[in-house]
Design a protein around this ligand. Structure first.
Ligand code: SF4
Ligand code: SF4
Length: 192
């Protein structure tokens, strides 16, 4: 069987040409459909507490940041957030410097010299507490289980333990608001 060199070269040229056209189309598409990322997105994610607990109704802090930038979310939906978190997010949304925010209620919050030296909020160590009270396991199961420590207890198990001992208040677990009627269920268990 004779192989015509000219035919091979012609086929090669056609294939190469198609590749070049497809590459050009892809390059143009990537520019046309390029998704512009709002530069405030990363700042907002950084200013939120970072628990990724979902208490705001969004799948994590990044989802909440999206919701805030879309104007669909209110920063107060972040129930574990502090006044400092809220004020910083509001400042970012207003195009202001979040490090210039002063919050009266949180004077103890460390001053921020610059983004690199910004101290991270240190989470207390989580304690693997147990309690022989039959209500303990049920309450632990109904709590959010994210061990965010915003209640002041070193984790959800410690919170349940302190709740049973009368040393905690259920209202202190702010992420619980996002867990449907779990708060009522825990109230019922506690009142039995
Ligand atoms: S409630 Fe706050 S900490 Fe939890 S995921 Fe939403 S933004 Fe993040
Ligand atoms: S019990 Fe405390 S640690 Fe657990 S989710 Fe609630 S606030 Fe966070």
């Amino acid at each position: 069987m004779d192989i015509n060199v000219m035919e091979i070269l012609a086929v090669g040229g056609i294939v190469g040409g198609i590749g070049a056209v497809l590459g050009l189309i892809l390059a143009i598409s990537s520019q046309v459909f390029k998704v512009e990322v709002d530069p405030r997105f990363d700042q907002i994610v950084e200013a939120l507490p970072g628990f990724n607990c979902g208490a705001c109704g969004y799948p994590g802090c990044a989802g909440m940041a999206d919701g805030l930038l879309e104007g669909e979310a209110d920063v107060k939906q972040c129930t574990p957030g502090t006044e400092l978190n809220y004020s910083q997010v509001r400042a970012i949304l207003n195009g202001e410097d979040p490090d210039s925010v002063e919050v009266k209620e949180e004077k103890k919050a460390p001053a921020k010299a610059d983004a690199k030296s910004k101290p991270k909020r240190k989470k207390p160590e989580i304690k693997d507490v147990t309690n022989p009270d039959p209500r303990f396991d049920k309450i632990v199961e109904l709590l959010p289980g994210i061990n965010c420590t915003t209640c002041g207890s070193p984790g959800c198990k410690a919170f349940a333990d302190e709740l049973i001992k009368g040393e905690q208040q259920l209202e202190k677990c702010r992420p619980l608001k996002a867990k449907g009627d779990n708060k009522d269920k825990i109230d019922d268990i506690m009142n039995k």
